[in-house]
Write a protein that binds this ligand. Structure first.
Ligand code: BT5
Length: 332
């Protein structure tokens, strides 16, 4: 009901809408209208009440409320079910719980803050309150478990395209799961899977986008490595709109991947990569070597031509990859 009241107020713009009109349109009492308006105000909506004239929606709070996401979402199914948490340990963990309970394909879990955001290999992800978009989507893809890691590349393309649509932002993808801006990390992606032999039960793609975090929002060890969209954006942007744009890109890429395979996703990935063509240092469990990143293969693995002329396939999770020449204060 609150969602419908907001829609009516939005449609009316800066003209007052009377409690009576709302009650007639929604078939509820005027007291019920008043109660919903009070509840919306307590959520941070600025709603002006003009005596005998009605209500005007003056300001929308900067929160990732489901009704705000839905109001700018242009997807068919991805993100159409939303689980909003003000604070959660990890949206990935929460999404996995809901997936284990049989949630729908395309569920979105989003939080204002994560107390224990996760990176890969038990690393952490700093997720301060309302300073980023910390979210996970649950997908139930028809493809084989060995293809699931390609979803990370798909998500990276979806995010980089959406952030680069913001004026002033020119981010790039560092293989396999980072999006960098001026050499610093702006986005991290963590894909997790629940599968049986030959069958994926679900994939959870978790994405953390630093949008407005800065300086003291990060602990010292991350401060010099991290960057936010707002550091480069030339004009203000809304988190809900950025999230909706990412989901739209993701849905399109995913449907294409399901129908035709990942070739298109990989071509897009190549366009936005800042890894390809670069000298890299690969730190594999058994050895460290230098080379040049030349391409990704049909599995999404990085192909590195080593300095002694061999072609190596780099498997995500086994290795970390660094620019051969490191620059102080820049993400490695
Ligand atoms: C990642 O891991 O980059 C994956 C991060 C995924 C986070 C999302 S948020 C929503 C969803 N729910 C979760 O619990 N997780 C996902 P990795 O490549 O391992 O990078 C982790 C490293 O990035 C850390 O060890 C830090 O050095 C650095 N880091 C941590 N927080 C950061 C931040 N906010 N911005 C930039 N770098 C950060």
């Amino acid at each position: 009901m609150r969602k419908r009241i907001l829609e009516l107020l939005r449609e009316n713009g800066q003209e007052p809408l009377s409690g009576e009109d709302i009650s007639k349109k929604l078939n509820i009492t005027r007291t019920a209208v008043w109660k919903h308006i009070q509840a919306l105000k307590s959520e941070g909506y600025e709603i002006e009440s003009l005596q005998k004239r009605g209500y005007i929606l003056r300001r929308i709070p900067d929160r990732l409320f489901p009704q705000e996401i839905a109001s700018c979402l242009k997807t068919k199914w991805l993100g159409r079910n939303i689980c909003y948490q003000e604070k959660v340990d990890s949206t990935n963990n929460f999404a996995k719980k809901l997936a284990n309970d049989g949630c729908k394909d395309g569920l979105l879990v989003v939080a204002e803050e994560q107390g224990a955001g996760k990176g890969r290999l038990s690393r952490g992800w700093i997720s301060p309150y309302a300073k980023g978009i910390w979210f996970s989507v649950v997908l139930k893809p028809p493809f084989l478990p060995q293809e699931a890691s390609k979803c990370t590349l798909l998500a990276a393309v979806a995010v980089v395209k959406a952030v680069n649509n913001i004026k002033g932002v020119k981010a790039a993808i560092k293989w396999p799961n980072d999006i960098l801006l001026n050499g610093r990390k702006m986005v991290g992606i963590l894909t997790e899977m629940n599968a049986e032999f030959g069958h994926i039960n679900y994939v959870v793609i978790g994405i953390g986008i630093n949008t407005h975090a800065s300086g003291s929002d990060y602990p010292p060890e991350v401060r010099d490595l991290a960057v936010s969209v707002a550091d480069a954006a030339r004009s203000p942007f809304r988190r809900v709109e950025l999230l909706a744009a990412v989901l739209k890109n993701m849905e399109e890429l995913y449907e294409l991947a399901v129908e035709q395979g990942f070739a298109f996703v990989f071509d897009e990935w190549r366009k936005y990569s800042c890894t390809l063509g670069e000298k890299v240092k690969v730190i594999a469990p058994e050895r460290t070597y230098l080379g040049t990143a030349v391409d990704i293969d049909s599995d999404g693995l990085l192909l590195v031509k080593t300095n002694d002329g061999h072609l190596e396939r780099v498997v995500a999770g086994d290795v970390s990859i660094r620019p051969a020449k490191t620059v102080k204060g820049v993400y490695q």
